[in-house]
Design a protein around this ligand. Structure first.
Ligand code: GAR
Length: 186
């Protein structure tokens, strides 16, 4: 199978990055991770890129850095940008200039709980279930077309931390399924 070239954007721990890299080593997974982008040069997740010798690009705040990144994505023939815990909003210019798919994972059942602090808000609202959503990125925050959602039921003794752990575990499965679905057109 000819695999597509993926670029993963991170800002923090990069456990979704780790899971996608591991998945990409499987024969029938439709993508290889060719580049990791971070807006923070100290992001812990960059260690996974180093471990598997994947090139790293640090995206700085200035517009020139973004132009260089777009050029790099072209040179590396990147077919898909995957946001995995990327905590900055992509510029409209970037979204318009990159003419392939950009997808994101969000720790709630969108359209509910866009933005930050999802777990605290879910608990406060006494929701019965929560989960994660993979969606296409457009110019509005957490609003692009939904690719898939996965959920679990909330237990009485759940806390912000337990919801975070459960959501993360669900995200690893959701992201690999969504990438498969996006790239194989399933
Ligand atoms: C994930 O839970 C992801 O859904 C969330 O950041 C976490 C990153 O974890 N993303 C957002 O909140 C984006 N709005 P990781 O760095 O361990 O993959």
């Amino acid at each position: 199978m000819v695999k597509k070239n993926a670029c993963i954007f991170i800002s923090g721990n990069g456990t979704n990055l780790r899971s996608i890299i591991l998945k990409s080593r499987e024969y029938n997974f439709p993508a290889n991770v060719r580049l990791v982008v971070s807006n923070r040069k100290k992001a812990l997740g960059l260690n996974y890129a180093k471990k598997w010798s994947i090139p790293i690009f640090i995206l700085k705040k200035n517009p020139i850095s973004e132009i260089i990144l777009l050029k790099t994505l072209k040179e590396k023939k990147i077919d898909i940008v995957i946001l995995a815990g990327y905590m900055k909003i992509l510029s409209k210019k970037f979204i318009r200039a990159f003419d392939k798919s950009i997808i994101n994972i969000h720790p709630s059942l969108l359209p509910k709980y866009r933005g930050l602090n999802t777990f605290a808000r879910v608990l406060r609202a006494n929701e019965k279930k929560t989960g994660c959503t993979v969606h296409y990125v457009n110019e509005k925050l957490d609003e692009g077309k939904i690719i898939l959602r996965k959920f679990f039921f909330i237990k009485k003794n759940d806390t912000i931390n337990s919801l975070k752990t459960k959501t993360h575990n669900l995200e690893y499965r959701a992201y690999s399924e969504a990438i498969y679905k996006t790239l194989r057109g399933l």
